[in-house]
Design a binder for this molecule. Structure first.
Ligand SMILES: O=C(CO)[C@H](O)[C@H](O)COP(=O)(O)O
Length: 231
């Protein structure tokens, strides 16, 4: 079975948690894309939902599917967000932002009563940190912020290269107009302490550690689905 098949299976399981009248957050990335496609089928079949997207890309996809869309200003309380992740551990702590949408993803998740993460089982790790931690930063004073991130991370036992994300030979710019520094720490011994240290840095807009947000996880493995938490 291909990795896309696995992602689609996880998305289909998460769709079972969606009921008529729900206010939904729609995640970003290749796994969330499957969920939006499947949701589109259900909406065309009569399901009534209203959705908020976590990125311009997801907004465009959902509109193309004919899914009724709203904004967090119009719909500030959501029932459920379904999103992917770059890494997750047994405690449902996540690393997100590989697709660069971490800020909106976290704002939407924080507005939602539940968050179901969908992924193939390669995303489950014993210790977070193999995937470089994305940190969204203001473009002003980048070098100062980079040094402050390195110092704060070192105090939390994290050392490694910090790289400014590039795309097509240019600095990657998020939907919010910010940059992303990818932190190659290898392992995050104290994710909570690191999260607290990063948000205290003025130039840091948000970081990719999602702690205490995911309520359930659907992992698709070749042998079947694995569920963590409440799905
Ligand atoms: O955090 C994200 C985007 O900012 C994505 O959820 C994450 O990168 C997972 O993507 P994919 O499902 O393509 O592996």
């Amino acid at each position: 079975m291909s990795s896309e098949d696995l992602k689609r299976q996880a998305a289909a399981r998460a769709l079972e948690a969606v009921t008529d009248g729900m206010r939904l957050g729609l995640g970003t990335g290749s796994t969330a894309k499957h969920f939006v496609e499947l949701l589109g089928d259900r909406v065309r079949g009569g399901l009534k939902v209203v959705c908020v997207a976590t990125s311009e890309a997801t907004q465009a996809q959902a509109e193309g599917e004919g899914i009724p869309m709203s904004t967090l200003d119009e719909t500030p309380e959501l029932d459920l967000v379904v999103d992917g992740a770059d890494e997750l551990d047994e405690q449902l702590r996540l690393v997100k932002g590989g697709g660069g949408a971490l800020l909106r993803e976290k704002i939407v998740a924080s507005a939602s009563r539940r968050m179901i993460v969908i992924a193939d089982d390669s995303k489950k790790v014993a210790t977070l940190g193999k995937f470089p931690l994305p940190v969204e930063v203001n473009p002003f004073g980048l070098e100062v912020t980079r040094r402050q991130i390195a110092a704060a991370a070192a105090r939390c036992g994290c050392n490694g290269e910090l790289t400014l994300r590039q795309r097509d030979g240019k600095t990657f710019v998020t939907d919010g107009g910010h940059c992303i520094i990818d932190c190659h720490f290898g392992v995050l011994p104290q994710p909570e302490a690191l999260a607290d240290a990063l948000v205290a840095i003025p130039g840091v807009v948000e970081h990719g550690l999602f702690i205490g947000l995911a309520t359930g996880v659907v992992l698709a493995a070749p042998g079947g689905l694995i569920e963590l938490g409440q799905v």
